[in-house]
Design a protein. Structure first.
Length: 189
């Protein structure tokens, strides 16, 4: 939605946003099918899961996000090194399939980091590092239960929560036609 508003102002083509959307849908479809099949990944599911992030990466490149920051490079290396745990706790195929979408999320977050500043930027940086932390701790999900399982998933959950909060904040800030948020209870009435 934010990207559409920017396209309207700058007059850019809608191809990149469409590629982002299709890439996200392919990735989520592949994961949804994987979850429904009990983590038995077929070739079709793996193809969807890997083509989706590739489309996201291409769309970001097409939009002009060509610079790779040191932070993104370190995060990508740390994420790839998390594959050292592959096969010990689950199937190697499933573990490798998760890396593509994690990298796509890191690319999306880092693309937004380049265009934001202040607290939004700090939240996105923290959220991107939480994705990296989760990429290492996710292997222990099968061996745990209860509070420990919740603590393992907490970095991912908080990361997504912060990312969505920043996106909503960005959407509101680029929407002049959006209804203003009341500053007080009286103003809201």
């Amino acid at each position: 939605m934010v990207r559409r508003k920017i396209e309207r102002v700058t007059g850019e083509s809608k191809t990149s946003s469409l590629l982002l959307l299709i890439g996200g849908l392919l990735t989520s479809l592949g994961f949804s099918l994987g979850v429904l099949n009990g983590r038995n990944m077929s070739q079709a599911m793996l193809t969807l899961i890997l083509i989706g992030p590739a489309m996201i990466g291409y769309a970001l490149y097409d939009m002009g996000f060509k610079g790779v920051s040191v932070r993104l490079l370190l995060q990508s290396v740390a994420l790839m090194l998390s594959l050292l745990g592959a096969g010990h706790y689950s199937t190697v195929t499933v573990d490798i399939a998760y890396v593509g979408p994690f990298l796509a999320v890191l690319l999306l977050m880092n693309a937004q980091i380049m265009v934001t500043e202040g607290n939004r930027r700090r939240l996105l940086v923290a959220a991107s590092w939480m994705i990296v932390i989760f990429s290492w701790t996710r292997y222990w999900l099968d061996d745990t239960s209860g509070l420990v399982k919740a603590l393992i998933v907490a970095p991912y959950f908080l990361s997504v929560l912060m990312w969505v909060a920043v996106l909503v904040s960005m959407y509101i800030s680029v929407s002049p036609d959006y209804l203003p948020i009341p500053r007080s209870g009286q103003e809201g009435l």
